[in-house]
Design a protein around this ligand. Structure first.
Ligand code: SF4
Length: 262
């Protein structure tokens, strides 16, 4: 169903749906990736990437005065776009969006205790500690690059380890987020009664776990390579590799182990 409306958001929804239906995208690919689009080989198959490119074009033609104004305008726009997309999909399914919303409000889907419960999960506690410590390390590392700047107007070159530092930086925040997500998906999976649905959910779960493992492996590799280049950082690199090993050892897969090898 397309809209003949002159409303620009409706036209944008039309464009997005057309894009989504053109067959070149791999459904949901962006749910299981590390969101490092710059390094991704699947940009051509990613709907989220295509959407982001559209958004960039829109930003370029945006004439808002300040960054704040632009941010809120963008957030409002995304929210409205999502609302209309959902409404349109429901209408296509022959459902009344107002009725669906009323029903959804009656159901309590969000578990308010989830944060407190996950705060006790060891692998997440360790991943958050790792994130905090790496944040301090990165902060000091970049500060030290500029230690001679006031006197000589020069920063210390770090091109030999730039890629390693970028990798460490990218994954240190992603790791706790992805562990959190996998814990949430495990609970969701364990609550599900329908066997067919459980099989589908399990396939996704494996992808979430692989992503957690990828964050750990990439980070470990980056620390190892950093150590080879900067011997003076040996103790610190070893400390972070040990922390990552400990996180890996404590990853919680619960009853899922009965479903086969991860
Ligand atoms: S393009 Fe970006 S969002 Fe899409 S799959 Fe690749 S990394 Fe993920």
């Amino acid at each position: 169903m397309t809209s003949n409306s002159k409303d620009p958001i409706d036209r944008e929804v039309d464009e997005m749906l057309k894009l989504a239906k053109n067959g070149k995208f791999k459904p949901g690919i962006y749910n299981f990736c590390d969101r490092w689009c710059e390094k991704c080989k699947d940009t051509n198959r990613c709907f989220l990437f295509a959407q982001e490119e559209q958004r960039k074009t829109r930003r370029l033609s945006n004439t808002k005065d300040s960054d704040d104004e632009e941010f809120w305008e963008e957030a409002k726009h995304s929210f409205e776009l999502t609302r209309r997309l959902i409404e349109r999909s429901l209408l296509e399914e022959g459902l009344d969006p107002k009725k669906v919303l009323k029903e959804a409000k009656k159901q309590k889907n969000w578990d308010d205790n989830v944060e407190t419960r996950y705060d006790q999960v060891k692998c997440l506690i360790l991943a958050r500690d790792y994130m905090k410590d790496v944040h301090i390390f990165l902060d000091n590392f970049h500060r030290s690059r500029f230690q001679f700047y006031p006197e000589f107007g020069m920063e210390i070159d770090f091109s030999d380890v730039k890629e390693k530092i970028e990798t460490i930086s990218w994954y240190h925040t992603l790791l706790p987020t992805k562990i959190w997500r996998s814990l949430y998906e495990i609970e969701d999976f364990e609550r599900e009664k329908d066997e067919e649905l459980r099989k589908l959910m399990f396939k996704d779960l494996l992808k979430y776990f692989r992503l957690v493992k990828k964050c750990i492996q990439k980070s470990k590799m980056a620390w190892q390579n950093l150590l080879k280049k900067r011997k003076e950082l040996t103790p610190v690199c070893r400390k972070f590799i040990a922390m990552l090993n400990e996180i890996e050892k404590n990853l919680t897969y619960g009853k899922l182990e009965n479903w086969g090898r991860l």
